[in-house]
Design a protein around this ligand. Structure first.
Ligand code: 13P
Length: 246
């Protein structure tokens, strides 16, 4: 069975005081022990946050570059995460793709390099509104997934986050049926193009305006293995989202 996975993506939010408050509600929980909980924190706060997080919550970076070191001003590498015992990184987030212009090829190289360096990856994919309206959802998410599949040797240390861009930060959550449909198609894609074993074991999580109110219904869908939560991960409601799976 796939262990339910709930990630919080803080994006470019938080300061020491706010992080202290988040850590307090994570400690108070209680967090369902059957759920893997990870928080994605701005790089400058990674070591601070890690030093105060409870042991049942793991930490993630929000980006890394595709090589271990060198003349790449402003970047950090997976090797630097390993050196600081940061086990996870979020890669391919729609904000990296659409605000910072990262393409499928670069994201795939970054995913492959992070895995080779020993960092686990939350890899994000998802279509824009105009792509959905043009009936291109499958084409887009398959293309984004294939780019990664072509460059990595194993999916063991990857969680795939389906985050429709039109649902991110908009309050327009995908309905459980809309999300399940894409997750199901992705699982079929994996069975055909990677292997039945990966199709069965890979966690495919949903992101985009997940709240304490809609998480329970989404969590009932058989191919939704958890969530990647933006705005609501900064608030005590995050605990309810972690515990949404019945
Ligand atoms: P929101 O939950 O704020 O819509 O953000 C989703 C997201 O982008 C998580 O990575």
């Amino acid at each position: 069975a796939r262990k339910f996975f709930v990630g919080g993506n803080w994006k470019m939010n938080g300061n020491k005081k706010e992080i202290n408050d988040i850590v307090e509600f994570l400690k108070a929980g209680p967090l369902d022990p059957n759920v893997e909980v990870v928080v994605g924190c701005p790089s400058i706060y990674l070591t601070y946050t890690k030093s105060i997080l409870p042991s049942n919550v793991f930490i993630s970076a929000q980006n890394t570059y595709k090589v271990p070191k060198g003349a790449f001003t402003g970047e950090i590498s997976p090797a630097m995460l390993v050196d600081n015992e940061i086990p996870w990184v979020i890669l391919g987030h729609s904000e990296r793709r659409n605000v910072f212009g990262e393409n499928d090829e670069l994201i795939a190289e970054k995913v492959a390099h992070a895995l080779e360096a020993g960092v686990k990856v939350i890899a994000c994919i998802g279509e824009k509104l105009e792509e959905r309206e043009a009936n291109k959802t499958e084409e887009v998410v398959f293309r984004q997934t294939k780019a990664i599949a072509d460059k990595i040797k194993s999916w063991d240390n990857v969680v795939l986050a389906y985050e429709p861009v039109w649902a991110i930060g908009t309050g327009k959550t995908a309905s459980p049926q809309q999300a399940q449909e894409v997750h199901d198609k992705l699982r079929a894609w994996f069975a055909k193009n990677v292997s039945p074993a990966v199709s069965e074991s890979l966690r495919i999580i949903y992101g985009g305006s997940v709240t304490a109110d809609n998480a329970k219904e989404l969590a009932k869908e058989k191919d939704i293995d958890g969530f990647l939560v933006g705005g609501a991960s900064l608030k005590p409601d995050f605990v309810k989202i972690v515990n949404a799976k019945q």
